[in-house]
Design a protein around this ligand. Structure first.
Ligand SMILES: [Zn+2]
Length: 360
């Protein structure tokens, strides 16, 4: 595909009371595919019920035409976790695959991008200087827009694996709805569509890229149940089947970038998470990464999600990208099936300046 500029206009109709009429909100999500993209699809190509909905996101395929491994990069599961989305954008706009196949989804929960951040009220648009001039990065909310869910939030959410979440709004959290349901809510249908993609495209391994609170002000009381996750940053979570590949990848990662990450095995108690359910329901080795996002620290007034001195976007994007490459290399060593990527930025090159140098 030639270097084209794709502008996706997402129209969200919000109906107010009949007396006040209705108004329109337009979100423009900017993806500018590079020459390595060989095919562009929609998630509804794998599950037609999502066609035309605000969850029908773009899927980019970078195919070398040569046999090898198929890797999947999942960005933007949570709309307020910018580094995963930007890691995916940098990949779509730069990488050329030389062996095997790469599938990239930058805005996995597209609906979540249409809402402003409800956690810390981080601005929705962030100006960067790209190779072609000014460009905005979008920062959304954690969950699906209620207007796109197709049903009211329940009082408590019982997810497809039977796990009970006390906050019914978590029914709109894409990382609680795996492996999804064909006849479920829109968010459950999205998880189902992604499982279909992974099966149909025979994805060998996948990385779901997330962000969490920074490790600043960590306390021993932080845990999954309290919802304070300052322990999560710099963690690679692995499905039990992927532990060996994950362990080798983290050694490689530290040698490459100097970033030391913790390895955690999927906890079978917490159902509905991507790394556990994709691994359980498909043949794909499943991983989830967490980078530290100042924009998610509740104690900060105005976290800088792009140029924070300690946790800049370049550092966080570099962490996800180099980790993905380390996983691909470890997978190749273990199975003999390689995914070889050219023009994936080196960590030190990312850290040498602003993120816009790697965006079209
Ligand atoms: Zn997340």
């Amino acid at each position: 595909m030639k270097r084209t500029f794709t502008h996706i206009a997402l129209l969200v109709l919000v109906t107010l009371l009949p007396t006040t009429g209705a108004w329109c909100k337009e979100i423009q999500l900017d993806i500018r595919p590079g020459e390595g993209v060989t095919q562009q699809k929609k998630i509804s190509d794998y599950f037609a019920s999502l066609k035309g909905s605000n969850l029908d996101t773009d899927v980019f395929i970078l195919d070398s035409g040569k046999p090898g491994a198929t890797g999947l990069m999942i960005g933007g599961t949570h709309g307020n976790e910018l580094a995963g989305t930007v890691a995916a954008l940098v990949t779509v706009e730069n990488v050329v695959v030389k062996k095997g196949r790469l599938i990239v989804i930058p805005y996995t929960n597209l609906s979540a991008q249409s809402m402003p951040d409800t956690r810390n009220a981080i601005a929705q648009k962030h100006l960067v200087q790209s190779r072609s001039g000014e460009r905005y990065l979008n920062y959304g909310d954690r969950r699906t827009d209620p207007a796109d869910q197709g049903s009211e939030d329940p009082d408590v959410y019982i997810n497809p694996g039977g796990y009970v979440l006390k906050n019914g709004a978590e029914s709109r959290n894409l990382n609680r709805t795996w492996p999804g349901k064909a006849d479920g809510t829109r968010t459950e249908q999205l998880s189902h569509a992604l499982i279909e993609l992974i099966k149909q495209e025979q994805v060998d391994f996948n990385l779901d890229m997330h962000e969490a609170d920074t490790p600043e002000k960590y306390t021993v009381n932080d845990n999954y149940d309290t919802g304070v996750n300052r322990r999560l940053a710099y963690t690679l979570v692995s499905h039990p089947d992927g532990l060996e590949v994950a362990a080798f990848a983290l050694l490689d990662m530290e040698a490459d970038t100097g970033i030391s990450m913790k390895l955690e095995e999927s906890n079978r108690k917490y159902r509905g998470l991507s790394h556990l359910e994709i691994g359980n329901h498909t043949q794909s080795l499943s991983f989830l990464s967490e980078s530290p996002n100042p924009g998610q620290d509740r104690w900060r007034d105005d976290g800088d999600v792009i140029t924070d001195a300690k946790y800049p976007l370049t550092h966080r994007v570099g962490m996800h990208l180099r980790l993905f490459k380390a996983l691909a290399d470890a997978y190749a060593t273990e199975t003999g099936k390689a995914l070889v990527m050219e023009n994936l930025p080196e960590y030190k090159d990312l850290m040498a300046g602003d993120i816009g140098r790697f965006l079209n």
